[in-house]
Design a protein around this ligand. Structure first.
Ligand SMILES: *Cc1c(COP(=O)(O)O)cnc(C)c1O
Length: 234
């Protein structure tokens, strides 16, 4: 299977899942997750019309960045855990950070974006499963509250919504309660009309569970293996 044929099969699955849920397929963005994959694969996806990409590691993307610089209209988002000491580099090479998970990181990233005269789109990562090993902020935590309340101060960040990686279960149905929990959290927060906070984006769903995520309201699914094949390195 080629990247192009995988992408077209996935776009069809997205359209079918949207239809089942009574949603418009245009409201669901497909992000190609490029971690561990070489620039050639990314160029292949680009040639097949893919424009939205996600990367997990600052250093890895910094190395690929040069060979991708001609892809002017492609969007690259940071989606992995970001250490605050790498905020400067991240602000430089990404247009969005979908994995904000602490007040400290928000402060560093805002300062870095300000220095570059840039506004970054950001999502807050929520650890809905409460797993120790996962990054993300606890739902209904004071840290989440602090970030949202102080949003008017982050002049170079635009909060667009929430992101999650639920606990892994073999059966994709296992992720449904977590996806639903994220959507309900979003709805509760959106009802408060917090200044300078938009919550239109719900980034949830990966290769094995994106159809369930779409049924639960995802507006962005993040797929790696389904597009590029199995990762050989971790
Ligand atoms: C790796 C990764 C994905 C994609 O996972 P696949 O199972 O390959 O689709 C999505 N989101 C995040 C945050 C990831 O780290």
């Amino acid at each position: 299977m080629t990247v192009a044929s995988n992408l077209s099969a996935i776009r069809e699955s997205i359209a079918r899942a949207a239809k089942r849920a009574g949603r418009q397929p245009e409201h669901i963005a497909l992000m190609a997750v490029i971690k561990t994959f070489p620039p050639e694969k990314i160029l292949e996806a680009y040639a097949a019309g893919q424009r939205l990409f996600g990367e997990n590691r600052v250093q890895e993307f910094a190395e690929k960045f040069g060979s991708l610089s001609e892809l002017r209209d492609a969007e690259f988002h940071m989606i992995g855990h970001l250490q605050s000491n790498k905020a400067g580099k991240a602000a430089e090479i990404f247009c969005a950070v979908d994995s904000l998970d602490s007040v400290k990181l928000v402060e560093r990233l805002n300062a870095a974006a300000e220095k570059l005269g840039k506004t970054l789109e950001v999502l807050i990562e929520v650890n809905v499963g409460g797993e120790e090993a996962k990054s993300g902020i606890a739902p209904d935590s004071s840290e989440l509250e602090s970030i949202l309340i102080a949003a008017p101060e982050w002049k170079n960040l635009h909060i667009r919504g929430l992101m999650t990686v639920p606990p892994f279960t073999e059966d994709p149905e296992g992720a449904r309660p977590y996806f639903r929990q994220l959507r309900e959290l979003r709805d509760r927060l959106a009802a408060r009309n917090l200044p300078f906070v938009s919550l239109d984006v719900l980034s949830m769903g990966m290769s094995h569970d994106f159809e369930v995520a779409i049924e639960e309201g995802s507006t962005c699914v993040r797929l790696g293996t389904a597009i590029f094949g199995t990762r050989t390195t971790p």
